[in-house]
Design a protein around this ligand. Sequence first.
Ligand code: CU
Length: 141
Amino acid sequence: MLKIIISLFITLIIVAGTVMTVAIIFSSDGRESERQQQQSLEQQREVDALNVDSGVLIVSQDRAFNGTNPDINLKANIPQELVLVNKDSTPHDINVESLKIDSGILNKDEEFKTTITAEPGVYEYYCSLHPQDMKGKIIVQ
Ligand SMILES: [Cu+2]
């Protein structure tokens, strides 16, 4: 009888331990995905920062500028800052030949800043390392 009680007790401890371990793994998973969600929200805010009054933030990531190589709208004849941050482990740059802009090659987490004061027009921007995938238009009005 005593043996049965002891083995029941041991089984109970093993079961409780397993349940607690699973619970801990799940709760840390939850925290992890919450953190990732917050991170992607921050990235979203960075992407949304396009076309703010004072300037433009471009993030190169996954071989694209701001995910979709968007049109960048600028106001004519007003100095506006353009910032490029490279978030890829692959090097990138940004070139706008008609505005004489060449960032030079940026490695991961490096950034390039310039100020654009341009006449109305459409200016192509591109990455010289991936000109097929990373190119878009700066529209100055
Ligand atoms: Cu590139």
